[in-house]
Unconditional design. Sequence first.
Length: 116
Amino acid sequence: QLQLVESGGGLVQPGGSLRLSCAASGFTLDYYAIGWFRQAPGKEREGVSCISSSVGSTYYADSVKGRFTISRDDAKNTVYLQMNSLKPEDTAVYYCKGTYGPLAYWGQGTQVTVSS
């Protein structure tokens, strides 16, 4: 079965850090661009960050620039999102998406809650 599985979410205090993982099962991520998205209650899903295949070019939304870092380890078939200096407004379900031409796979999401 081809799927992406996110992990690493949880409850953290403001200013804290989390590292999310997006692991591929049943296929290799080498040729896939990977994006992280998030959806807060009552809001639309928004793009947070993405990383291209091969050269690994990255993109960050303005709201997370300087705080979040995306990286990929193709040997482990996994993409990471390191989130530092977390804010309450970062609270959301975080999803990863793998895209290769017409192919696209979504993960099931992982909850991130930033609260004191």
